[in-house]
Design a protein around this ligand. Structure first.
Ligand code: ATP
Length: 355
């Protein structure tokens, strides 16, 4: 069998301190994977004068997936290529409570949901500007009847919801729910938007999602206003299975959902397109704890497990998840954000022993 090719981008600040031991862990599994480490960020700058040299772009194009630490400024160009260049439109963020996770909830048992965040559109197109630039459009608020340009000086940001973008991410959510149903989950998709205020943009997201739902009669479907979703997520997160939503809501609420099980150190993610995927923890680069060997690598390790499943190494992915579960259930060696005192190295060593 030809080996799979995976690009590794360690990322910035504390991220490499989680990525390196995770790779060492994967090494134990004798996977048929060629790891590519093109120069990105500082390394790219030093060798080629740019944080995202052509060599790195080519390595990504020739690979099956990328494993990413987390980016601050230095690796962002690579991240943008992975997202927009490779059209990875579905950001999948599983939130599952495991025994031993330091959840703030009184009863986190049974919490097992996935937020599927649209990854390429909405307010994240980055089109912002001065209100006065909208002059030629002669826009008026339907609520205040005021001319938008009368509100100048000020700024605007463009929110874009397309039929294609919404349909593909919703379909992805339904397929995921169907797959999870085969493994004992209820088979339910919740669509969360602000359709009661943003009739034409979020309302359209909901409308397109409802259309897609018609092709999945075996999957329960509900639409919620996103603020109601947020409330329910805190009050009774166990009611959710798969939740699909536009970019911004997904970004915010998946961090919040991560907080429900015990923090960002535990939340993995994968960004999937039709032909490519990359995997990274939900958290950022944790610059405040860089260099201390105390970052919780669980989110990075679980992201690696998601990647192995994507690449066709499901038994190995399960072995990793089981090893993580055992270390937490035992509760003897835990990272600091989970109430323990283990360093990153000690914690990964404990997982390695169970592997
Ligand atoms: P971004 O904007 O990229 O999400 P950020 O700086 O806002 O980045 P994080 O880097 O995620 O956010 O950090 C938020 C807080 O959570 C920091 O105090 C950080 O140390 C902590 N944190 C994040 N990830 C971890 C982790 N894996 N282990 C321990 N603490 C973490």
């Amino acid at each position: 069998m030809t080996p799979k090719r995976v690009v590794v981008i360690e990322g910035d600040d504390a991220a490499p301190e989680a990525v390196r031991p995770t790779l060492a862990l994967l090494d134990q599994l004798n996977l048929n994977i060629d790891w590519l480490t093109p120069p990105v960020g500082d390394q790219g700058k030093q060798r080629y004068g740019t944080t995202f040299p052509e060599q790195a772009r080519r390595a990504i194009d020739e690979s099956d997936a990328t494993f990413f630490g987390a980016a601050s400024g230095k690796s962002t160009a690579a991240l943008f290529y992975l997202r927009f260049g490779k059209q990875t439109y579905a950001n999948v963020r599983p939130v599952k409570w495991l025994s031993g996770f330091n959840s703030p909830l009184a009863d986190p048992k049974g919490l097992d949901l996935v937020i599927v965040r649209e990854n390429l559109e909405d307010l994240y197109l980055g089109v912002e500007g001065e209100i006065k630039d909208l002059d030629p459009l002669d826009l008026t608020s339907p609520f205040t009847r005021e001319k938008i340009t009368n509100m100048s000086p000020g700024r605007y940001a463009l929110k874009v919801i397309t039929e294609k973008g919404t349909a593909r991410v919703t379909r992805f959510a339904f397929e995921l729910a169907r797959n999870r149903k085969r493994h004992g989950r209820p088979g339910k998709v919740t669509c969360a938007t602000k359709y009661n205020m943003l009739f034409r943009s979020d309302g359209f997201f909901k409308e397109v999602a409802q259309k897609i739902a018609e092709s999945y009669p075996d999957i329960e479907f509900e639409t919620l206003i996103v603020d109601d979703f947020a409330h329910r997520l805190v009050a009774k997160p166990q009611q959710f299975d798969v939740a699909v939503m536009p970019n911004l809501y997904g970004d915010i609420l998946s961090d919040m959902a991560g907080g429900l099980v015990g923090g960002l150190g535990l939340a993995p993610s994968g960004c999937y397109g039709d032909n490519y995927a990359y995997f990274e923890p939900v958290h950022g680069t944790a610059p405040d704890i860089a260099g201390q060997n105390i970052i919780n690598p669980t989110a990075t390790i679980l992201s690696a497990a998601m990647m192995l499943e994507y690449l066709g190494f499901k038994p190995e992915a399960e072995r990793i998840e089981e090893a993580v579960q055992k270390v937490y259930a035992e509760g003897r060696i835990l990272p600091r954000d989970q109430g323990g005192s283990a360093t990153t190295t000690e914690f990964v060593k404990a997982i390695k022993e169970y592997l």
